[in-house]
Design a protein around this ligand. Structure first.
Ligand SMILES: NC(=O)c1ccc[n+]([C@@H]2O[C@H](COP(=O)([O-])OP(=O)(O)OC[C@H]3O[C@@H](n4cnc5c(N)ncnc54)[C@H](O)[C@@H]3O)[C@@H](O)[C@H]2O)c1
Length: 418
């Protein structure tokens, strides 16, 4: 028996809500819902997911945190001018962009903000809980699509970890689409384990690493000896600018290299470089150069060139992850969602590293979600624990509906962890 598709509204709280990926997520969900574009790139719209009981795209309601205040409609116009969004799309989905814009709250910590870590976590969690209440959402997932941070030094929680802790405190599942620390901080390990919430990450696998997770197993299965694997990425946009910081680039490259180690069984010679080329905007060129040995030591080379539109590659994955993670939450799952490794460079938990096997795991997971009654009746879908359901009455409505702009004093009424 397949799970019924829920008719309630589900929140997607984006950290970095005014960035390229987030704006493409909001505009893209609206465009596909309205039938303006086919769901190309949305894995969850393919037949194996039809009976999984995923929330429909039309039920998703967007909000989030950001540290800049550029209105979402204006950000969408800039993306259309750069060829990332189709011309005319920002006007066609203006109502949905405006509705999401109203739900974006100031992020942090801003320079000179002297609040303690706990005060910041409490404030972020209150914003998320306020969103869930005012919009009448059944549940919400927090997805980190903010600028990549350097790996933290010392004990202080980096912003991504403050937001991850806020997601737990607000009773929300959490997805880290970036290489930033998020829930990976040692100080959050016991909180994550005790929260009873599902989570997934890290760092969306959209281009060069996607290709690596296909080609790595090919070399291994054909018994070819990879001697060196080198790569260069040229990109602009906000991500290119953030990754111009060598510490942020190092965090990104660690995930790219993990895929090779996991699929080849060794770490070959070679490095990955990321160059910021502002003129390229959101368009990335990734070049890989693979030196390998064949029969009798014959020396050969494979070169690949990937030219992708980063936000168009990332946005459907964010929508897939939001749908799968909120459905997992509804089904009562908690802990790391290992079966979502298909989507990540550096997946949580122990799972296969080859894309084909990751896809099989994902489809198996989707099938098991479909056999859950939506109230955690089928325990241990993936060996995870079950948990209590957060309250909140569902409300019918489209994603462009405005949420009630209620009394901000109601925010954070139950800041305790669930
Ligand atoms: N596009 C892809 O293919 C892809 C793949 C994997 C991962 N990612 C990751 O997704 C993230 C977003 O990429 P993008 O192209 O949208 O970048 P972007 O620069 O356009 O957007 C990032 C947004 O995060 C905001 N931000 C920065 N610090 C913040 C904070 N402390 N709190 C709240 N918001 C904050 C910025 O103001 C900005 O609006 C990056 O970390 C990138 O590495 C992207």
């Amino acid at each position: 028996m397949s799970a019924p598709v829920s008719s309630s509204r589900v929140g997607v709280w984006l950290i970095g809500a005014r960035g390229s990926v987030a704006t493409t997520v909001v505009a893209g969900a609206a465009a596909v819902t309205a039938g303006l574009h086919p769901p190309t790139g949305l894995v969850t719209e393919t037949p194996p997911f039809a009976g999984s009981g995923l929330p429909p795209l039309s039920s998703l309601v967007f909000g989030g945190h950001d540290t800049v205040d550029c209105p979402l409609p204006k950000r969408a116009e800039a993306l259309a001018a750069g060829g990332v969004l189709p011309p005319g799309l920002p006007a066609a989905v203006a109502a949905e962009l405006a509705a999401a814009d109203v739900e974006i709250r100031p992020g942090g910590p801003a320079p000179g903000d002297h609040r303690t870590e706990d005060e910041l976590i409490a404030a972020f969690a209150a914003d998320i809980q306020d969103f869930v209440r005012r919009c009448g959402l059944t549940r919400a997932v927090v997805v980190n699509v903010a600028s990549t941070e350097p790996a933290p030094a010392g004990r202080a929680l980096p912003p991504s970890s403050l937001y991850a802790a806020a997601a737990l405190r607000a009773g929300c599942p959490y997805v880290n689409f970036t290489p930033s620390t998020g829930l990976h901080h040692p100080a959050l390990a016991s909180l994550a384990a005790a929260s009873g919430l599902p989570y997934a990450g890290r760092d969306g696998k959209t281009g060069q690493t996607l290709l690596r997770s296909v080609l790595g197993p090919m070399f291994t299965q054909r018994a070819l000896g990879v001697r060196a694997w080198s790569g260069t990425n040229l990109l602009g946009g906000g991500d290119g600018a953030a990754l111009a910081d060598p510490a942020a680039a190092a965090a990104k490259n660690a995930g790219k290299e993990r895929v090779l180690a996991d699929t080849l069984g060794t770490t070959p010679e070679g490095e990955v470089h990321i160059d910021d080329v502002p003129a390229l905007g959101d368009w990335k060129t990734a070049w890989d150069h693979i030196a390998f040995d064949g029969f009798l030591g014959a020396r050969m080379i494979l070169q690949t060139i990937w030219q992708g539109c980063d936000s168009a590659l990332a946005a459907p994955l964010v929508l897939d992850l939001a749908r799968l993670t909120t459905r997992a939450h509804e089904a009562g799952l908690s802990g790391p969602l290992t079966d979502l490794g298909f989507y990540f460079k550096d997946p949580v938990g122990e799972g296969p590293a080859a894309l084909g096997e990751q896809y099989e795991a994902l489809v198996g997971f989707a099938g098991r979600l479909g056999r859950s009654d939506g109230a955690g009746a089928q325990s241990g879908l993936d060996g995870s624990r079950r948990q209590g359901e957060p309250g909140g009455a569902g409300r019918l409505g489209g994603s462009g509906d405005a949420c009630e702009q209620g009394d901000p004093g109601r925010a954070g009424l139950d800041g305790e962890e669930r």
